[in-house]
Design a protein around this ligand. Structure first.
Ligand code: SAM
Ligand code: SF4
Length: 311
């Protein structure tokens, strides 16, 4: 299905919950309350995915919050992995429950896992995630690789916090068959008022790591490699190298709002609708995709924090 700028939309990112066992400093406020969480039921998500598949969606990514915390994830994956036209089910996770869940995720045909890892220092990991354990995330990574998932590591670069670890993180690609993706910090939600010097451009990776060979642009990432290393390095640069022109995504929040863009204010309520109405709403949201986000001129237009959208 095409949007108003003739972009083919084939990738649906679905947030399953805003709840998370971490509270990363750049993602959610430390005191956000989850007393009343309004979740779109799994049966409705399944119906929406089926309709989306009939309208050109080929790839689904579950995210959150922490998607592994949502009850019913495994049966949902199982139901959509067969015969409805979805080619790939993917997941973005903080990795802390992955060691225990990876085998089950494999059984229900999850193919790709993106795991967030901003530092290799346990103390810093605990500080950034506000209490997370580096060891659990690394064990999750290990298990996912053992089981043969295609794994990408997401690292959000922050000036004064983890840029000193770029080389150490890149060294992970020496032995591990992963794409390590450096993501530029976006000014949205809790980071709206952060100081300018925390927002570093991905060029810093090219400055610090000598000998990177560019192997191409794939989706939103420019991908590089150190010759002889097993893995790759991806640069996702929404600010310094905007990729909106080639955007193929549509999103749904865990409370059942379609979002034409991660950064848009506009939302389309897709809860409690008939199949025909879901299809109409889906087409409307796709058509409404903006040409470009407004980050280049300052900050995101959305009032939601990242965990309330699904990164
Ligand atoms: N809990 C899962 C995780 O951490 O991977 C999935 C949800 S999380 C919101 C998805 C991704 O969004 C993570 O890789 C996280 O680093 C990224 N993220 C959160 N806030 C961000 C921000 N302000 N700028 C850039 N990336 C951000
Ligand atoms: Fe949780 Fe992921 Fe947000 Fe961190 S980035 S608080 S792990 S949702």
């Amino acid at each position: 299905m095409k949007d108003q700028y003739f972009r083919e939309i084939s990738y649906f990112r679905i947030s399953l919950t805003p709840v998370c066992n971490f509270r990363c400093i750049y993602c959610m406020p430390y005191n956000q309350s989850f007393d009343k969480v309004n979740l779109i039921p799994m049966e409705q998500i399944e119906q929406i995915i089926k309709v989306s598949a009939q309208n050109g969606i080929k790839k689904i990514r579950f995210t959150g919050g922490e998607p592994l915390l949502r009850e019913g994830l495994l049966p949902l994956c199982h139901k959509i992995s067969n015969k409805i036209g979805i080619d790939e089910i993917c997941l973005t996770t903080n990795g802390s429950f992955l060691k225990d869940m990876a085998k089950d995720l494999k059984k229900v045909n999850v193919k790709r896992i993106n795991l967030s890892l901003d530092t290799l220092d346990s103390k810093k990991f605990s500080d950034i995630t506000r209490g997370g354990k580096l060891k659990s995330t690394l064990e999750g990574l290990d298990e996912a690789l053992k089981l043969g998932f295609k794994v990408k590591i997401n690292t959000v670069l922050m000036g004064g916090i983890n840029v000193d670890e770029i080389s150490n993180l890149v060294e992970l690609t020496k032995e591990l068959p992963v794409e390590l993706r450096f993501i530029e910090l976006m000014r949205m939600g809790v980071t709206k008022n952060w100081q300018e010097d925390v927002f570093v451009k991905n060029d810093i990776v090219l400055d610090k790591i000598k000998g990177l060979k560019q192997i191409g642009n794939f989706g939103v990432a420019s991908v590089y490699k150190i010759p002889g290393y097993c893995g790759e390095i991806g640069l996702i640069s929404p600010i310094s190298s905007c990729f909106c022109e080639n955007c193929n995504r549509i999103r749904m929040t865990s409370d059942g709002k379609l979002k034409p863009c991660l950064h848009s204010k506009e939302e389309f309520d897709i809860c409690n609708l008939s199949k025909e109405q879901v299809e109409e709403k889906f087409k409307e949201a796709v058509f409404a995709k903006p040409f470009q986000h407004k980050l280049l001129r300052g900050e995101s237009e959305t009032n939601r924090t990242m965990n309330l959208i699904g990164g």
